[in-house]
Design a protein around this ligand. Structure first.
Ligand SMILES: [Zn+2]
Length: 139
């Protein structure tokens, strides 16, 4: 899993002065291009970005929307790093059948699909299914 090594490397750039919780991610696009990213925190805490969303935003902003895998790395030695709920939804935007590698620093990992991490999800296809509803007051 080459992208696992890349996610470990991306973690080195984590900007996390508040949590001290370093996370890196490496995203493999359909054509083999790899994008990497890290968490980017902010003094206004809720503006912080997770590594996964940083990485996906980098790829999308360069014209990529089809992904094969994303590997996530942290410093947790006894636990596979798992993406937060917001990042699961962010991944889901680009499909639910691509792979997520939850890794440990020793290189071991668990592979799951986006759909397994976010079952019964809401995605872009659902917006196309919307139907017009008539409410009781006619509006
Ligand atoms: Zn997240």
């Amino acid at each position: 899993m080459a992208s696992g090594t890349r996610s470990q490397g991306a973690k080195e750039f984590a900007y996390c002065p508040y949590s001290k919780f370093r996370v890196g991610a490496a995203l493999l696009a359909h054509d083999g291009t790899v994008f990497t990213g890290c968490n980017v925190e902010n003094a206004s805490y809720n503006l912080g970005l997770c590594a996964e969303r940083t990485t996906i935003a980098k790829a999308v902003s360069e014209g990529y929307r089809r992904f094969k895998t994303i590997a996530i790395a942290s410093d947790l030695e006894d636990q596979f790093i798992s993406p937060c709920g917001g990042c699961r939804q962010f991944m889901r935007e680009f499909g639910d059948q691509w792979s997520v590698y939850l890794s440990k620093p020793d290189g071991s990992y668990v592979e799951m699909t986006v759909g397994e991490l976010l079952p019964v999800s809401f995605g872009p296809e659902d917006l196309k299914k919307k139907t017009m509803l008539t409410t009781q007051n006619g509006s």
